[in-house]
Design a protein around this ligand. Structure first.
Ligand code: NAD
Ligand code: UDP
Length: 319
């Protein structure tokens, strides 16, 4: 099986490369290293079944086509994912989810490959239905600061379905909910790396607003198992599937759990709630259970402990 993974050097992409390599696939990874890190691929590059190309999938796609073997599956993960990153790279984020997706889809159409699009729970915006099932159309501010991400992912979904309907491309869309784990960058701005970094350094954790907003955190190995099944099961063709952990927590509760696991007293510094910050988020994963036989198996405490161990190692290495 030949697999192309865009965003291969990123947090999720690097774990996903390893997941496919462990199944005996040949993996061709593409990344422009805008938010990716080469060290994330230090295990993968030792595997002869792995190849890496530095390229921008929004602009240099001819390079990808000329160097990669004809793929059976293209998984398009390239895109900033952290609100901090996509706000400073708003135009690139829109390009990679629109032009980047179009390049991948056109290639899939030409060679008869399957396309898997990493969409997001942000497609639901600040949801008025709870929990969010795939039937829900969302509540997105089309011109707000998050719109470069939300709307370009929604466009990527619409484009995928257009290629499916018009050209019969086998597309699968994952709406990925908040995922955490080793290889997140300490300063990428997302809540899990922020809280862990702050608590390990003896700083107060920065809770935005009162901390009553909720998220549902999925460990990266669980997500990659879901993405692997979505990409490889016949039954998943033409579908959109939520992939996330339905264990919903407030951000204030997350701050407590992180501090307890690190063994420091909880110290909180409140900051302003970002504009359009979704108030609640929790996936309905019935479809993933039914279609893929998938549900997360790592609980928050276990996943956070592994992530904290990774960050401790990174902090020691940085000294
Ligand atoms: P990340 O920032 O760690 O990884 C993204 C990777 O894409 C980086 O390596 C970056 O360099 C690369 N990239 C960006 N633009 C590119 C381009 N034009 N050409 C080539 N490479 C490019 O983010 P992540 O958390 O690993 O997210 C991966 C994917 O999963 C994204 O599509 C994101 O939207 C989606 N997702 C992630 C989460 C999450 O919680 N981690 C939640 C929802 C959706
Ligand atoms: N958040 C926070 N402190 C931080 C970083 C984030 O309180 O240091 C909050 C943020 O406002 C949001 C939630 O944590 O309500 C999740 O934020 P993140 O950026 O990780 O992901 P999002 O789900 O917003 O894309």
């Amino acid at each position: 099986m030949n697999v192309v993974i865009t965003g291969a050097a990123g947090f999720v992409g690097s774990h996903l490369c390893e997941r496919f390599l462990s199944e005996g696939a040949c993996v061709f990874g593409v990344d422009n290293f805008s938010t990716g890190v080469s060290g994330n691929l230090s295990d993968a590059v030792r595997n002869p079944a792995f190849q890496l190309l530095t390229a921008d999938v929004s602009h240099d796609f001819d390079d990808v086509i000329s160097r990669a073997a004809a793929p059976d599956i293209v998984l398009h993960l390239a895109s900033a994912a952290s609100p901090l990153e996509y706000s400073v790279r708003s135009i690139e984020t829109m390009e990679v989810n629109s032009a980047g997706s179009a390049h991948c889809l056109e290639w899939c159409k030409r060679v008869g490959a399957r396309f898997v699009f990493a969409s997001t729970s942000e497609a639901y915006g600040d949801p008025t239905e709870h929990p969010q099932s795939e039937e829900y159309w969302g509540n997105v501010n089309p011109i707000g600061p998050r719109s470069c991400y939300d709307e370009s992912k929604r466009f990527g979904e619409a484009l995928s379905m257009a290629y499916s309907r018009l050209h019969g491309v086998d597309v699968r869309i994952a709406r990925v909910f908040n995922t955490y784990g080793p290889r997140m960058r300490a300063h990428d701005g997302r809540v899990v790396p922020n809280f862990i970094r702050q608590a390990l350094c003896g700083d107060a954790v920065t809770v935005y607003g009162e901390g009553s907003q909720t998220r549902s955190f999925c460990f990266v190995e669980d997500l990659c198992e879901g993405l692997y099944r979505l990409a490889t099961r016949q039954s998943a063709s033409g579908t959109v599937v939520n992939l996330g952990n339905p264990d919903e927590r407030t951000i204030a509760e997350l701050a407590e759990v992180v501090s307890r696991l690190i063994g420091v007293p909880l110290r909180v510094e409140h900051g302003p709630l970002p504009v359009d910050d979704p108030r609640r988020r929790c996936p309905d994963i019935s479809r993933a259970k039914r279609l893929l036989g998938w549900e997360p198996t790592t609980n928050l405490e276990e996943g956070l402990s592994k992530t904290i161990a990774y960050f401790r190692g990174e902090l020691v290495a940085a000294k």
